[in-house]
Design a protein around this ligand. Structure first.
Ligand code: SAM
Length: 238
């Protein structure tokens, strides 16, 4: 087996064992940031390419290129004015999403781990996208007021697109919290990652209510691991 593949497999399993607090537990997030700052040109394409190249040797829990293309298409189809991302890690999806946004549109990127949030800001800045992204540090329950204020400042009534990619047990809870606070409504698209591995059964059941949501599941594979199945679920609020 090629050394690059062995290294990716090894780092996939070590993340599963050592991973904690939204990191892989071995400092790889600092290394990928260094690689972006030193090797990538200051544009979104080069930043994404540099991160994907790093992840081909050292596995990272980004959405990755296969599912990333589904995310790009969903954002492109919806043309959102306001996007909320739940779980930002090192900013890979933040770069993918914000580079698709039209003039004046913004991404609010929520990340609970302060070191990750700092990495996201630096990666987004290197990609030249800082004016399109607001990074909020914390969890939704504590930051719901701040997010409401940001949405109002953007002269929007609701969030048009939510990318759900954080702790699986919060998938449904956080969507219900956004709904209770009137932050999602008719036309909001919910894009949920990792719906096979590990998945969230209660979220799956919630968005399968055909009276409330139009829902489509796309079967695909785990980021940087084409032999492991995964899926994303895209739901539009009626
Ligand atoms: C799978 S990674 C996100 C990957 C990123 N969306 C991408 O595709 O590039 C999950 C991230 O969610 C964060 N996280 C976990 N639970 C969270 C929560 N309740 N609120 C906010 N962030 C959370 C973790 O710290 C971690 O950085």
């Amino acid at each position: 087996m090629a050394p690059e593949i062995l290294s990716r497999l090894w780092t996939f399993f070590t993340q599963a064992i050592k991973g904690k607090d939204g990191t892989a537990g071995d400092g790889r997030e600092k290394l990928v940031l260094k690689s972006v700052l030193e090797d990538a040109e200051k544009n979104p394409e080069s930043v994404i390419k540099t991160i994907d190249k790093f992840a081909s040797r050292c596995w990272l829990m980004n959405i990755g290129d296969d599912k990333g293309q589904l995310l790009d298409k969903a954002v492109g189809d919806r043309k959102p004015k306001v996007v909320l991302e739940l779980g930002a890690y090192i900013g890979y999806s933040a770069v993918r999403i914000s580079s698709q946004l039209e003039e004046g549109a913004k991404l609010i990127s929520l990340e609970m781990n302060p070191a990750n949030a700092s990495t996201v800001r630096q990666v987004v800045e290197h990609a030249g996208l800082s004016d399109k992204v607001v990074v909020v540090e914390g969890i939704l329950e504590d930051k719901i007021g701040e997010i409401k204020r940001l949405v109002q400042e953007m002269n929007a009534e609701i969030i048009d697109f939510v990318f759900i990619d954080h702790e699986k047990r919060y998938y449904l809870l956080d969507i219900l919290l956004l709904k209770e606070n009137g932050l999602i409504g008719k036309g909001t698209v919910l894009f949920a990652d990792n719906m096979k591995l590990p998945g969230s059964q209660e979220y799956r059941e919630y968005v399968s209510n055909k009276e409330v949501y139009d829902t489509v599941e796309h079967n695909t594979c785990i980021e940087y691991m084409r032999f492991l199945p995964d899926s994303v679920i895209i739901s539009t609020l009626k």
